[in-house]
Design a protein around this ligand. Structure first.
Ligand SMILES: C=C(O[C@H]1C=CC=C(C(=O)O)[C@@H]1O)C(=O)O
Length: 420
């Protein structure tokens, strides 16, 4: 479905503003509002002048190119990364099999910040001037929440992991990332702004996203394209504290860095990103060995792949090339995708798909929608959380269940629910 402003040209104005305070406070309780924030920097987007519901990143790329060509933009900050009209989007993991839809939306008002720079962009309606919108109503914490369990019981999911390990050991496939879900139900509609605010407080080092009922805080950046440079933060390979929290973090990091199983899981993910980026880059840097990224709930092996990108490839085109990486799908990609569709039994929807924004120059940031959940308009009191784990030849099903449990922690904490 396409709703756009037809053949009429649209005016947009960007002005520098004084520090607007926490961006998330502008999110409205109802009506369109999206956000993409990390360490206080990012954008909050209000209202909607155009929307494209497609399943394909490359179709979204073409649509945004057409729409952005219809915008006449006056800016006090020309050329500043991330300022001006944007499209914010969230894409389905497997568009061939999902019942859900991807979304790309062009907001009416954007309030943004990067370091000392803050700005507001308004599309259309120049009469509204440069006054900031009023902050949204206070957020509501959820009332009582009931944990309804997952679509599969833990034991059933372990059996699927075991089956996939057997496939991998037989040489049919190298790596498959398997996910499971958890359903929770509150006694009234959930206020996603509250969940989002909690994630920003507790996980400031992640990319926190909120778009069309999908909310989460992901540590994994599919790509940032800024001018001629592209960066991808590849994560795969995980350790976590047991319930006692007694293990020295340095010892835990060392255990991860020494783990052959995690190193092999990570290597597949890095290779998939490097191979997908190579045709778009004049030069690339792929570090030989990963570092360890420490988050409050888990630690990951992390590699930042960088490249000098050929002119013309927008951030959406690059996201189309990179998705799905072996951090969320597997190796070889198509075989892993088929196995996921066959054995996982859940519709991932937009979980593990690209989430982020693109500007009028094609620059942008696309994270991978992990550590999050989905609220659907027809049941605003219910949320479905997702978490996955990379399965390789040495995986142990019961340990992979624990890993997914550790990955549910940010969302459970944000909902005020004790992890089980
Ligand atoms: C698939 C997820 O995590 C990915 C990202 C980091 C580490 C991962 C791992 O160690 O399995 C996964 O590849 C998820 O959080 O749902």
């Amino acid at each position: 479905m396409i709703l756009d402003f037809g053949t009429a040209r649209m005016r947009a104005t960007t002005v520098a503003i004084a520090d607007p305070g926490p961006l998330e406070r502008f999110l409205p309780e109802s009506g369109p509002g999206s956000a993409f924030i990390r360490r206080g920097d990012g954008v909050v987007a209000l209202g909607e002048v155009a929307r494209f519901e497609t399943d394909r990143l490359d179709a979204a790329d073409v649509w945004w190119d057409e729409i952005s060509n219809q915008i006449d933009h006056d800016s006090e900050l020309p050329g500043e990364f991330g300022t001006g009209p944007l499209a914010l989007g969230s894409f389905i993991f497997d568009p061939d099999r999902s019942m859900e839809r991807s979304v790309l939306t062009v907001p009416q008002v954007i309030i943004g910040r990067r370091g000392d720079l803050a700005w507001m962009t308004r599309l259309g309606d120049a009469r509204r001037g440069t006054a900031l919108p009023s902050p949204g109503e206070p957020t509501r914490r959820p009332g009582h929440i009931t944990q309804m369990g997952g679509s599969l019981r833990r034991g059933e999911w372990e059996r699927i992991v075991a089956e996939v390990v057997t496939l991998i050991r037989s040489g049919e496939v190298d790596k498959v990332v398997l996910a499971r879900d958890l359903h929770l139900k509150a006694d009234g509609p959930l206020d996603l702004r509250h969940i989002y605010g909690r994630l920003l407080e507790t996980y400031p080092m992640t990319w926190a996203y909120l778009i069309d009922g999908l909310v989460g805080a992901t540590p994994e950046l599919l790509l940032r394209r800024q001018g001629g440079l592209v960066t991808s933060r590849v994560l795969a390979g995980t350790v976590w504290q047991d319930g006692s929290g007694a293990v020295d973090p340095l010892a835990l990091a060392a255990e991860l860095a020494r783990s052959e199983k995690d190193m092999s899981e990570h290597a597949f993910a890095v290779r998939s990103v490097a191979d997908a980026l190579a045709p778009y880059c004049r030069a690339m840097n792929v570090p030989d060995s990963p570092s360890v990224l420490r988050l409050p709930n888990v630690m990951h092996l992390a590699t930042d792949v960088t490249g000098v990108v050929e002119p013309g490839a927008t951030s959406l085109a690059l996201a189309a090339a990179l998705h799905p990486s072996a951090a969320v799908c597997g190796t070889p990609t198509h075989l892993a995708m088929d196995i996921i569709a066959e054995v996982e039994t859940i519709d991932r929807g937009r979980y593990a798909g690209p989430v982020g924004w693109v500007d009028m120059d094609g620059d942008g940031e696309w994270a991978i929608a992990l550590r999050g959940g989905q609220v659907r308009p027809e049941s605003p009191e219910s949320i479905q959380l997702f978490a996955g784990a990379g399965i390789v030849a040495d995986s142990t099903p019961s340990v992979e269940v624990q890993e997914t449990a550790a990955k549910f922690v940010p969302m459970l904490q944000a909902l005020g629910v004790a992890p089980s």
